[in-house]
Design a protein around this ligand. Sequence first.
Ligand code: PEP
Ligand code: MN
Length: 339
Amino acid sequence: MIVVMKSGASKEQIQKAVSTLDELGYKAHLIEGVLRTVIGAVGDERGKPQDVETLSVLEGVEKVVPILQPYKLASRDFKAEDTQFTIGDTLVGNKKIPVIAGPCSVENEEQIMEIAKSVKESGASMLRGGAYKPRTSPYAFQGLGIEGLKLLAKARELTGLPIVTEILDPHDLDAVCEYADMLQIGARNSQNYALLKQVGKSKKPVLLKRGMATTIMEFLMCAEYILSEGNENVILCERGIRTFETATRNTFDLNAIPVLKEKTHLPVFADPSHGTGYWQYVTPMALAAIAAGADGLIIEVHNNPAVAISDGGQSLKPRKFAALMEKALPVARAVGREM
Ligand code: PEP
Ligand code: MN
């Protein structure tokens, strides 16, 4: 439920509402607005209609509104305005659309440095690269691990780009947090609730990918796991879902973008690289995602896709990525955004 305090409610009155929520078994999340304070109360409300009554009569409380959706902190009811936060110098959730670009996997120093420099020149605002890779086969390249994280940090030093990298195992959390500016939860782990709780306890921004068979409702509940542990900096990322279609690697669910924007205040990014699986479809779907209201993009770029260790077929060459960035600007402006 949401406890809306009167404008001008005193600190003591707010504190009393928080302690009452605590006694009733709810976790309170404060949003201090310019005019008034709103308290999001998360807990099991089933069969306890009297709680609303108890809170409504407290001094300084204007009204108590139940949140009807199962996702609470992620909902627009809880917070109407878009969530914004920064990753390094990059502001997310604002008019300007940031683009995360880089290889699927960090392969070696020369590769990551060259790609980092080129995507920076083309206007990317963050660098991606997997150091821990979730591969379908246990015999496939699993990523460079710590060595990969160190190379990403070196690329950040060179370019100033904040880095985004996937975390697979809660045991690696400290190491990944030491080097990364944003943690990526991949599609395969999007419903790994133990991992979601762990990244929720960290203060790092999280790029949460949609699972390949995760409904929009389930996806929002995944975000709720992170938010409920106190980490409010979550980006949702549509990356395609499994359907009967085989012409593309996944079916990029463009619908998800406006649906998510309606239901949640969290920023919504799009990953047309994994969404389509073929480099030639990446640019058109990136433009479509911007037109549909995406707040950001994540694009796989490789300096030599033919020899890429993972996802070469869906990676853009640096020149094609530069062209995507040029084409994106007029589309962004047509929908009132900037690049
Ligand atoms: C990736 O970003 O390289 C990746 C593995 O993505 P996803 O989890 O969406 O498949
Ligand atoms: Mn990939």
